[in-house]
Design a protein around this ligand. Structure first.
Ligand code: NDX
Length: 254
């Protein structure tokens, strides 16, 4: 079992607070970027989607990479390093690949600022805990929680990356129209990209078995889960021929 340190409940508490904030703010109305940016006042300052995603996600990669580089003792080959490597691999993709390929509409600057603060805080929380607080025994590699967690992380990331690709292919460069996503897990749910990401962070929480990772998985479940439901409602309103058997987030269930 990893040994917790006294700071982690405070840090995890902040992510949980952010989750509750997001729940209160966005339960009824969707977070106003992407499909819902029309709800903002005309003239709201915004940035091209590529620049906005790059800037907001960069700290999620750089902060953990910096903490890892400055670690006081070598953790090479230890479970802490493998777990931090998983976290960084996701944010390498999101920062350096997803953001540069996105065909999304301009992103509101004030949301970018909030996302930036969130990504700095969460990147710090996850990396600080793994490097300075957790101590995993060597046997953690053979623990079922680690194996199953890593499996779910890889599965979820595969679904997420593929679903991001499917959405991107719906538009030609410069277009901002919406079409019905087809293929992959979109056959079953409107929020296939979100389902993949939720599975990923649940897997990460299982593999690292600690409060900060659990808090982030909980945040992703609430924030992306709500967004999947809002997208589902948006599609049902917009497209008369939207597949009726498709669910919002969990295939065949809801
Ligand atoms: N960034 C995570 N909170 C967030 C940004 C917003 O990575 O104030 C959380 C993240 C942040 C949020 C972040 C944290 C909380 C914030 C929030 C804003 C407010 C909130 C700060 C950091 C807040 C409190 C209260 C705590 C202060 O034109 P377009 O853009 O719609 O085009 C879209 C296109 N597309 C289509 N194209 C054609 N036809 C269709 N039918 C289409 N449907 C979509 O595809 C986009 O270009 C693209 C994807 O769109 P969409 O809406 O499906 O996904 P999106 O929400 O943009 O997420 C993109 C990816 C996705 O894989 C998702 O899993 C991942 O990023 N993500 C996103 C958000 C958070 C997160 C992951 C996580 O929590 N793990």
């Amino acid at each position: 079992m990893p040994v917790p340190c006294h700071q982690s409940p405070v840090l995890a508490g902040s992510v949980t607070l952010a989750t509750l904030g997001a729940l209160v703010l966005y339960l009824g109305k969707p977070s106003p970027y992407g499909k819902y940016s029309n709800s903002l006042a005309p003239g709201t300052p915004s940035l091209p989607a590529s620049a906005a995603w790059f800037l907001q996600e960069l700290p999620s990669f750089m902060v953990p990479a910096g903490i890892f580089a400055w670690q006081p003792h070598s953790l090479f080959g230890r479970p802490e390093t493998v777990l931090l490597g998983l976290f960084c691999s996701h944010y390498f993709y999101r920062t350096f690949i997803y953001s540069l390929l996105t065909r999304g509409r301009p992103f509101p600057a004030w949301i970018l600022f909030r996302a930036l603060v969130f990504c700095i805080g969460n990147g710090f929380l996850q990396a600080y805990y793994l490097i300075y607080c957790a101590e995993y025994p060597e046997e953690w590699y053979t623990d079922v929680r680690f194996s199953l967690g890593v499996f779910l992380f890889i599965l979820g990331m595969g679904i997420n990356v593929h679903s991001d690709y499917v959405l991107r292919q719906l538009r030609k460069p410069g277009e901002i129209i919406y079409k019905i996503p087809q293929g992959g897990l979109f056959t079953y749910v409107s929020g296939a990209n979100f389902l993949g990401e939720i599975i990923e962070w649940i897997g990460y929480a299982l593999a690292s078995w600690c409060l900060p990772a659990l808090a982030f998985a909980f945040f992703s479940l609430c924030f992306l889960g709500m967004r999947a439901f809002h997208h589902h409602r948006f599609y049902l309103k917009m497209f008369e021929d939207y597949p009726r058997s498709r669910k919002a987030l969990v295939p065949f269930i809801f």
